[in-house]
Design a protein around this ligand. Sequence first.
Ligand code: FAD
Length: 493
Amino acid sequence: MVQTVRKVVIAGGGTAGWIAAATLSSQLSRLLDITLIESDAIGTVGVGEATIPTQKAFHRLIGIDEQAFMRATRASFKLGIAFENWGQLGDRYIHSFGKIGRSTWMGDFQHMWHYAKSQGWAGDMDDYCFELQAAEAGKFATSPDSQISYAYHLDASLYAKFLRTFSEERGAKRLEGKIKQVHTHPDTGFIESLDLEDGQSVAGDLFIDCTGFRALLINGALGVDYEDWSHWLPMNSALAVQTKLSGDILPYTRSIARKAGWQWRIPLQHRVGNGHVYCSDHLSDDEAHAILMDNLDGELVSQPRPIRFLTGKRKEAWAKNCIALGLSSGFLEPLESTSIHLIQIGATRLVQMFPFNGVSEALRNHYNSYSTAELESIRDFLILHYKLNRRQDSAFWQERAALEVPDTLKHRMELYADAAIAYQDDSDLFRVDSWNQVMRGQGLDSHGYHPMGRLVANGQLQAALADLKAGIDRSVKNMPTHADFLRQYCAVE
Ligand code: FAD
C-alpha cells in the first residue's frame, strides 16, 4: 500500500478543530503530518458547554485523564437535563443518563412497571433510576469501578486550550492567521492549499473544515449546500451570557421553556453559562433579551451575545478531500447537548476510515451515510420535545404541537402510545431509556403494554420493585453532594 494522504490541514481552532487535532494526533501522529490554522482575530463561537456520556468514552479512547481535564476546564458533572415548562407551564421532568429499572429480553422495564402500577405496587417510574434520583438530590460520586452514567459541563474556551496543549504535545502544529483564499485543482476540484493573509500558503492532502458557521472550505470553496430543517425546528437565534455562581452547583443542565424558545443553565465550577434559544418569527430580539435578563441568578460576568443559526445539515459532510466537522457540517439546537458528541464521533470515524491511499467514493459515501443517519435520529428526538407540548399560552407552542413530524418519529410515537415500546436502532444515539423518559415526561401515555408482569409469581414483583427503590435511596443517601465531591476530586495535589 502506498500512503498518498499524509498531510492533514485543519482549518479552524474552536472545539471542532481541536477535537479533530487531538483525535488524529493521539491516534495517528506517526502516520500523519497535522497542521491546524486558527485566527485569533475571528475567535470562536464561545458556547457549547454541556455534553453527554459519550464524552467520557471519547476521552478514555484518546487518553485524556478525567481529573486533569476537569481541573483545566473548570468542569462539573452532569447526570441529565431537567426540562421545565416543556409539557405545559409548571411541568418538570428529568431526562437522566441512567437506566430505569431492570429490563429482560422479553421487554423493557416499563412493561413490568405498567403492570405493577395498575396493581398499586409501583411508585413513579423515576423512583427506579439511580442517576435521576442522585440528580434530584444534588448528589454525585464516581470511582474507577462505578457504573454511574454521567457527562460534563465544561468551559468551552478552556476546553479548546486544553485540547490544544494535548494536541501540540502529540505533534500537531498550530498556525495563527486568517485564511484568505482556498485553492482547488482545476480538474479534480480537490482542495490543494490555503492562503493566509500574511502571505503564507499551506498545502495539504486532506482538509478538515472546522471554520464554524462560515464553512469556508466545504461551502465557500466546494459549494456543498445545506439541507434546511427549520420547518421542523424553527429556532434560529440565541443569546448567551455568563453569570457568577450563586447557590448549588447542580449536577444537571436546566432547560426552561419560555414563550417562544427555551433558556439553558449550565453550572461550572467557577460560573454559570446561560442562554436563550428562540425563534425570531415569534419573538423580537429585544423581547428575547428581556426574558433572558429577567431570569438570571447571579451577577453578570459577560454581556449577552447574539448568535444566529439555521437548523439543518450539510448535504455531504465529506466532499472531495474535505471533511466538515462541527458547525460547518450542520447545526441542531443544543436541546440535548449533541453537537460536541457529533464532532467526536466524526473525528473517531475519520480515524477508522482514514483515506491513507487516496480518497475514494466508497469511503466518502460510507462516512456520509453514517453522519446523515445519526443526525436524522437526533433531529427526531429534538422534534419530539416540541411536538408533545400541551401549552396553550402562545402561538409558538400551539404551532409546534400541530406540526407534521417526520414519518420516522410518527412511527415511534404511535408504537409507544399503542404498546409502550421504545427502541434504539443502530444509528440512534439515544437509548430506550432516553426515548422513554422524554415521551413520558412530555405526557405521552401508553394504552397498552406487554403483560410480562403477570408471569411473575405472586408478591415477587412487588418485593423486587420495593428492593430496587430501597437500594437506590440508600445509595443516594450515602453519596456526597455534587459540590463536595467536585471540590475533593478537582483539588490540586
Ligand atoms: P467555532 O467555535 O466557531 O470555531 C471556528 C474556528 O474557525 C475558529 O477558531 C475561528 O477562528 C476559525 N476560523 C473561521 N474563519 C477563519 C478564517 N478565515 N481563517 C482562519 N480561521 C478561521 N454543543 C454542545 O455539544 N453542547 C451545548 O451545550 C451546545 N450549546 C450551544 C449553544 C449555542 C447557542 C450554539 C450556537 C451552539 C451550541 N453548541 C453546543 C454547539 C457547539 O458550540 C459547537 O459544536 C462547537 O463549539 C464547535 O464549534 P466549531 O469549532 O465548529 O466553530
